[in-house]
Write a protein that binds this ligand. Structure first.
Ligand code: SF4
Length: 499
């Protein structure tokens, strides 16, 4: 048996996952665009980290000739090469490629590069299995994890030494060595047998959401106790282990929060729960002209622009619907030039577009306010105007989260993408599925890569898609606000389940 490093890590998460991967790979869920984008970002980070140890020689990845990669690595070591990237070994049943190997006297230091911002347990497991394979071929001195320093702020040029943090994990890697043969032995025996029986559990999410998740959870109905609001995954799986899956299975003595009780009650009766008092209190705080506002942002592990922090949310677009007291609804928007730092132009337009008075409504205002705070740090000359905006924000999620309005089709989520289709199920104007860009993650990845696209027509089409997506976010808020107003006018004061 020979396992790649990632197959070993998969086996540590779940034997069944590894068995399925080897025997039924067609059952994996397709890789989504966001995961693909994460992989791409990981590749760029790995590439850049090589600059920490320059003048190395890279073993080119040749998937149809692993033996050639192993032979080339051996040759470089024998020739006295000091730095090797992607050094490849197949030893002790493990096929491993070390990101960076650096000669240190008569032995070698091993560096594993990760695009996360701290060392996680699976990183040390990863380094441990690498060490296990390499240590029988070469003398190893220390093992390090190289990860992104999320406090790094780029100056004019990129400083790779500031961008990366190097953590010595040798002690834990050495401690793990004695456990590995037993784990490999168990994996080897498991792979020779029928598919192991492993029930779903918290391990399906830890350290990654398993790519057989949909396959293994296919027997779970929707909705189920897995949709209960604000319940930790381990508690949901504990209920599942007791045979509790449907809401009706929950025992009477089960401690439920008010939101969970209303969630179940509205589902059973298929009628919304409305508390007019809560909605009214919320609406009373809003003043005209009402600015319905939403940012789109992107993040880079490797900052592109001066004064950009690693993984900082950089706003590149906003949509703004302004509702005036006389009923006039205006729309304004901004989408940055993808080739430039968007922040200065965005600040200028935003300060001109948002009305000097009146409320600013966002959905989950903490995000918008956080982005504005960072913009104020970026642009001290606009800081006071920017921070003054934060005084005027009102959060449209509040009447839902505070149970002013609970619809059975929220299914335990108050996100805009859950609330909107529940309130307006057949409204084509408010249907994200009709758009090419359907969520914030897609918008983020699309814009982050737009500057790399050569075709002008394609870029224009994508820019139009981005504008349409962000516009819908704020139009959705307008319609939700109108709906809440209507409910307040038409309902009696007491909380009710609508008949
Ligand atoms: S979904 Fe869970 S049980 Fe199924 S293979 Fe993945 S980790 Fe194992």
């Amino acid at each position: 048996m020979t396992l790649s490093k990632s197959q070993y890590i998969r086996g540590l998460q779940c034997h069944k996952s590894l068995w399925l991967y080897k025997n039924r790979p067609e059952l994996r869920s397709p890789i989504d665009a966001q995961t693909q984008s994460l992989f791409k970002s990981g590749d760029s980070v790995g590439e850049l980290a090589k600059e920490l140890f320059p003048d190395g020689t890279e073993i080119a990845f040749t998937p149809d000739d692993f033996q050639g990669m192993i032979t080339k690595t051996k040759e470089l070591i024998e020739r006295g090469q000091e730095v090797i990237y992607e050094a490849t070994f197949s030893q002790n049943g493990i096929f491993a490629m070390a990101d960076i190997l650096v000669k240190n006297g008569s032995s070698w230091d091993m560096y594993e590069v990760k695009s996360s911002t701290h060392v996680k347990e699976y990183h040390t497991n990863d380094a441990s299995i690498q060490w296990f394979a390499l240590s029988s071929v070469i003398n190893l001195n220390r093992a390090f994890i190289v990860h992104i320093n999320n406090r790094y702020v780029r100056e004019k040029s990129l400083d790779v030494h500031g961008l990366f943090t190097i953590v010595d994990v040798t002690d834990v890697v050495k401690e793990n060595q004695s456990l590995i043969p037993k784990k490999l032995d168990a994996i080897e025996k498991m792979l020779k047998r029928q598919m192991p029986v492993v029930d779903i559990g918290a391990h399906c999410h830890d350290p990654f959401r398993c790519d057989f998740y949909e396959h293994c959870h296919a027997h779970i109905p929707y909705p189920s106790i897995f949709n209960l609001y604000w319940l930790r995954a381990d508690k949901k799986y504990a209920l599942y282990q007791q045979g509790i899956v449907h809401y009706k299975d929950l025992p009477k003595e089960q401690n439920l929060t008010k939101t969970q009780s209303i969630q179940i009650e509205t589902f059973n009766r298929q009628k919304p729960y409305i508390d007019k008092g809560i909605i009214k209190t919320f609406l009373n705080d809003i003043s005209y002209p009402i600015n319905f506002f939403d940012f789109e942002t992107f993040q880079n592990a490797i900052p592109r622009f001066e004064n950009q922090r690693s993984y900082e949310q950089i706003p590149f677009q906003y949509s703004l619907h302004i509702l005036h007291e006389d009923g006039e609804l205006q729309h304004k928007e901004f989408l940055a030039d993808e080739q430039q730092d968007p922040r200065e132009a965005l600040i200028k337009h935003m300060l001109a577009d948002i009305t000097p008075k009146g409320s600013i409504i966002a959905y989950n205002k903490g995000f918008e306010m956080g982005v504005i705070r960072r913009l104020a740090e970026f642009s001290p000359e606009s800081a006071s105007s920017l921070l003054a905006l934060n005084e005027r924000f009102i959060d449209l999620i509040v009447p839902f989260r505070n149970l002013g309005y609970y619809h059975p089709n929220f299914h335990g989520s108050f996100s805009l993408k859950s609330v909107l289709p529940a309130l307006f199920p057949n409204d084509k104007e408010l249907d994200y599925k009709a758009l090419d860009i359907q969520d914030g993650g897609m918008a983020m990845d699309t814009f982050a890569n737009l500057h790399l696209l050569k075709d002008k027509n394609q870029r224009e089409k994508i820019r139009a898609d981005l504008l349409a997506y962000c516009k819908l976010d704020t139009l959705a808020m307008v319609r939700i606000w109108e709906k809440l107003r209507k409910e307040v006018k038409s309902l009696p004061k007491q909380p009710i389940l609508l008949s």
